[in-house]
Design a protein around this ligand. Structure first.
Ligand code: ACO
Length: 324
């Protein structure tokens, strides 16, 4: 027998304000056609003034708890992935805890940029398997619109705001790959590439929040090479083959990266959950958003094998394999 972390509820929240690609056309030297053809992005949501990362996260968290049929105090803890916290501290997770009215357990943030949710989910799995927690809320929430340089056409057209959440619960499994729940994970970072994708401000350096800077074409090459590899490694650890995969739920950064990764995994695009056209890149929120959208549409069937994978600033990348 072994403890498994099983997803029992998903939820998401997207801010009301929808920004189409054409919004950028009179502000920058860009076109809807360029953005669509190079990225697959058609629109994204931006948080309203005064609407912070914790506000988005609380809405997503409530939706996931409702779906799981749980109350906030049924949880042992909250792990929240973000690179755009409301404040330097406290952790956004503690603000979600208070916002939900949760009076017990722990709450902390994880920062691995676009790979943040994968890192948070792998941590939740480790805590559940170690017996340190039985029910956890794992959230990805971002307001990347707050760190855009609106004069940089190479970055500001790519990102959006949003939040997604899942509730994971300890359940008994056999220890075999036929179990429901998280079967394996693979986490990696390589700080020598930190300059490729970074924010040029921070508390102990500039004292400002800074703006996102990216050498997009170099990140693109790393993404295509590293994402399929991490997915294969995690599948191997789970004792599964690419042919066993029912759904790929990738980080939604760029349609061309997603298609190249799916091709390397020999997966047809029908098996890939795609939200990049409507959400843009919501960094750590993109995978839980995609999970929640697909779950809400009833696309996952019990027993389906799902692979998630992401890469982001650090560089940090990884993947989680689970059975629905
Ligand atoms: N509109 C029009 N032209 C543009 C735009 C734009 N919005 N942005 C860039 N260009 C131009 C460039 O200036 C360049 O022009 P030049 O040839 O005259 O110099 C040309 O388009 C090609 O630029 P590239 O950067 O080589 O374009 P590329 O095909 O690589 O697409 C993109 C750029 C979309 C950013 C792509 O590289 C990408 O998706 N990279 C990966 C992003 C990613 O996955 N990030 C990781 C996660 S994010 C995170 O962790 C926070």
């Amino acid at each position: 027998m072994s403890r498994r972390a099983v997803i029992i509820g998903t939820g998401h929240y997207l801010p009301d304000q929808v920004i189409d690609n054409s919004w950028f056309e009179d502000k920058l030297d860009t076109t809807d056609e360029w953005i669509r053809s190079r990225t697959g992005i058609e629109r994204r949501h931006f948080a309203a003034e005064g609407q912070n990362t914790s506000d988005l996260a609380i809405r997503a968290a409530r939706a996931a708890l409702d779906k799981a049929g749980l109350q906030p105090d049924d949880l042992d803890g909250i792990i929240l992935a973000t690179s755009t916290p409301d404040f330097t501290f406290p952790a956004v997770a503690t603000m979600v805890q208070a916002g939900l009215g949760m009076t017990r357990g722990f709450a902390f943030d994880v920062q691995a940029v676009c790979a943040g949710f994968v890192f948070a989910l792998a941590n939740a799995d480790a805590m559940i398997r170690a017996g340190q927690a039985s029910r956890l809320l794992v959230i990805g929430a971002e307001t990347f619109s707050r760190i855009m340089d609106w004069t940089d056409r190479g970055t500001c057209v790519l990102f959006g705001d949003g939040a997604g959440a899942v509730v994971v619960e300890a359940q008994q499994g056999s220890g075999e790959s036929t179990d429901r729940g998280i079967l394996s994970s693979d986490l990696n970072s390589d700080g020598q590439y930190r300059e490729l994708l970074h924010v040029d401000g921070g508390v102990s350096s500039t004292g400002t929040a800074g703006h996102l800077r990216m050498q997009g074409n170099l990140v693109f090459r790393h993404a295509v090479e590293k994402l399929a590899r991490t997915a294969h490694t995690a599948l191997d650890r789970a004792g599964l083959q690419p042919g066993d995969v029912d759904w790929l739920v990738p980080h939604q950064a760029n349609m061309r990266i997603i298609a190249a990764t799916a091709q390397k995994m020999q997966l047809p695009l029908e098996k890939v959950v795609l939200t990049v056209a409507d959400h843009g890149n919501t960094s750590a929120a993109s995978i839980p958003l995609a999970l929640s959208v697909a779950d809400g549409e009833g696309r996952f069937k019990p027993g389906d094998v799902i692979v998630t994978e992401a890469i982001g600033g650090g560089l940090s990348w990884g993947s989680v394999v689970l059975r629905w």
